[in-house]
Design a protein around this ligand. Structure first.
Ligand code: NAD
Length: 279
């Protein structure tokens, strides 16, 4: 298991398993079970995914001990306030069937982020969460949060893939000691990543798949990642990424694919932010 050490000393697997859009309970249970059997130990869910109970059932049936697992869930916007966070944390724990979380993230930088962060700090100091962090925070929001609170977020989980690489955000996070974790490493399959000629040529050269090259491109540079699939063969494929090294030329060729455009969500667009609030 390849891990990284977060800013509070907690070890987090570099590669985990995502569960967004796996809303069917049986399918969620099956895919999390397949992931745990494959060897994944980090599971990423969220209150908003509606699948915490199914993730919890798969954990209980897996026989994997709690100490081996790293479970992340996220606080939804509606509950992003001091009282809301305290309540939503208990609900997530109950749904997951756990008595502590490894990582709890503010899902988006909206609503009463400051009240919510104080609640997370308290839960963290009480030992009920091993690490607290954020998601989708742009540098100025993150800086504001960390300058005015005790606990520096351990993680910022952000959209990151070959079309939207975020080098400046990555560098900022590195300087602040906040771990970059990539969501949508394949752009949710919406950016033709698997047909990209540059990635296909690199994959061919290493006798790997494009998915494996993308995951290696992230992990080799210390970026944590949580790919999602519901197909056991892809779940296994996405886990076999530590047995090859991309060359400096490979990394340079992939860097040239960056269009600096989100493929999925523009958080500076009020129309999209409004839509997110009604999710
Ligand atoms: P992703 O980029 O992981 O894409 C998943 C899709 O890629 C699959 O549905 C499938 O179509 C395809 N795929 C996966 N493995 C493949 C393979 N080996 N070969 C071919 N196709 C393959 O997108 P995602 O699920 O949105 O992101 C990963 C995880 O990140 C989520 O499941 C979730 O846990 C997390 N996430 C977090 C946020 C956030 O706001 N914090 C937002 C979105 C996702």
């Amino acid at each position: 298991m390849h891990t990284i050490t977060l800013n509070n000393g907690v070890e987090m697997p570099l590669l985990g398993f995502g569960t967004y859009q796996v809303t069917d309970a049986a399918e969620c249970e099956r895919s999390v079970t397949a992931a745990l059997q494959t060897g994944y130990r980090l599971l990423d869910t969220a209150a908003a995914y509606g699948n915490e109970e199914a993730v919890g059932r798969a954990i209980r049936q897996s026989g994997v001990t709690r100490a081996e697992l790293f479970v992340t869930t996220k606080l939804w916007i509606r509950d992003t306030s001091y009282e809301g966070a305290k309540r939503a944390f208990e609900t997530s724990l109950r749904k997951l069937g756990l008595d502590y979380l490894d990582l709890y993230l503010l899902h988006w930088p909206f609503n009463d982020v400051y009240g919510a962060w104080r609640a997370l700090e308290e839960l963290y100091k009480q030992g009920r969460i091993r690490a607290i962090g954020v998601s989708n925070f742009l540098p100025e929001r993150l800086l504001d949060l960390l300058l005015h609170h005790d606990v520096v977020p351990a993680v910022n989980q952000i959209e990151t893939h070959p079309q939207y690489q975020r080098p400046a955000v990555h560098e900022f996070l590195r300087q602040q000691g906040v771990q970059h974790q990539a969501w949508a490493p394949f752009g949710q399959g919406k950016i033709n990543v698997f047909e990209n000629e540059v990635l296909r040529a690199i994959a061919h050269k290493h006798q790997k798949t494009v998915a494996q090259v993308v995951l290696r491109w992230l992990t080799q540079r210390g970026i944590a990642v949580i790919p999602k699939s519901v197909h056991p063969e892809r779940i296994a494929e996405n886990f076999q990424v530590f047995d090859f090294e991309l060359s400096a030329a490979d990394l340079q060729a992939i860097a040239a694919l960056d269009t600096n455009q989100s493929a999925l969500f523009d958080q500076l667009d009020p129309v999209q932010v409004q839509r997110l609030h009604s999710f």
